[in-house]
Design a protein around this ligand. Structure first.
Ligand code: NAD
Ligand code: UDP
Length: 325
């Protein structure tokens, strides 16, 4: 890439699961990447392979505090994303979403930078509309245990659109649906990592509730492609836009697939369903297909699971990591 096309890009949460894949992709595209992270759920290991790259920098920083750097684009990914992690310190989770958004929007305003928010399907809560379209306002319990995340992300979206209306900022809002792949945290309690780690360790696979609740899982490479394309859309396209894979299945079906693909002898056990756990979730991605140059997820669940299983096998062998409970 020619130097005049090289952009200075800030990725907050860049040492996390999605952020590290995004940093990798942006470097491969020839950009100058600044990864900012407080390492709450992310780790230096996720970006260790990028540290020798002359256009990559890592800065330890908490986005709830102001940040003074000079960049052209901002991807705001900082926020714990798994229920166990975001409920560990719910006040900090809301602060990360809300104060983090204010700080990053303020930075974008000073620099006239483009800014993309990693929002979430959780803004739809436990939805009565299926599949979920961007025009649906959602059904979120504002005082439940998931609210710190759901309402924090909803407020961040509000802030993005107010900065757009009030200050004409160049914003993009992606509503990301369940995404999985290598570099998920082995102990973050999310269903894909939990099931794979449990299956590899020969421990019981823990289904919460009766396992008939559904999710639609997107492989990380497909998601990152959508995110990068979204940032490249014309300024008048702000989103919000759903990004995810519409292939929906029940959690029980996922457990069975993981058992088959790992060749595990693990048995399925049930546990109580956590409060406010959404019953169904599937993205309507018509808007993304239309606006993002025909973007569509390409990696089938079984292929993505195989790659993720290979990652966790290597991780567990290398570190002797304890399986997720
Ligand atoms: P993750 O926990 O792996 O990554 C989050 C990163 O943010 C971590 O590196 C963490 O250390 C960092 N972080 C947390 N609080 C911070 C703070 N105050 N200051 C600086 N850094 C901070 O999770 P992920 O799955 O990679 O999610 C990344 C983003 O994508 C999050 O904003 C999440 O809400 C969003 N998202 C993810 C999914 C998914 O399925 N993975 C779905 C919807 C939305
Ligand atoms: N889940 C499960 N067993 C686990 C972890 C999660 O049955 O060991 C269920 C969880 O109750 C939810 C679904 O899997 O219905 C997805 O959970 P996850 O935490 O991955 O994501 P989210 O609920 O935020 O979509």
């Amino acid at each position: 890439m020619r130097n005049d096309l090289r952009r200075r890009v800030l990725v907050t949460g860049g040492a996390g699961f999605l952020g590290s894949h995004l940093c990798e992709r942006l470097l491969a595209d020839g950009h100058d990447v600044l990864c900012v992270d407080n390492f709450f759920t992310g780790t230096k290991d996720n970006v260790a392979h990028l540290l020798g790259h002359s256009h990559f920098e890592v800065m330890r920083h908490d986005v709830t505090f102001p940040l003074y750097v000079e960049v052209d684009d901002i991807y705001n990914f900082a926020c714990p994303a798994s229920p166990i992690h975001y409920q560990h310190d719910p006040v900090q989770t809301t602060k990360t979403s809300v104060h983090g958004a204010i700080n990053m929007l303020g930075l974008a305003k000073r620099l006239r930078a483009r800014i993309l928010q990693a929002s979430t399907s959780e803004v739809y809560g436990d939805p009565e509309v299926h599949p979920q379209r961007e025009g649906y306002w959602g059904r979120v319990n504002p005082i439940g245990p998931r609210a710190c995340y759901d309402e924090g992300k909803r407020c961040a979206e509000t802030l993005f659109f107010d900065y757009w209306r009030q200050h004409r900022l160049r914003i993009k809002v992606a509503r990301i649906f369940n995404t999985y792949g290598p570099r998920m945290h082995p102990n973050d309690g999310r269903v894909v990592s939990n099931f794979i780690v449990q299956a590899l360790a020969g421990k019981p696979i823990t289904i919460y509730g009766d396992g008939r609740q559904t999710r639609s899982f997107c492989y990380v490479d497909d998601l990152i492609e959508g995110i990068v394309r979204l940032m490249g859309t014309p300024d008048d396209f702000t989103g919000p836009v759903n990004l995810g894979n519409p292939a929906e299945l029940t959690i029980r079906e996922l457990a069975e697939k993981v058992i088959t693909l790992t060749g595990s002898r693990s048995k399925i056990e049930t546990r109580p369903l956590p409060q406010d756990d959404p019953i169904q979730r599937q993205p309507d991605i018509a808007l993304a297909r239309a606006q993002l140059g025909g973007w569509t997820p390409r990696v089938a669940l079984e292929d993505g699971l195989r790659k993720t299983i290979a990652y966790f096998e290597a991780l567990l062998r290398g570190r002797g990591a304890a399986p997720a409970g």
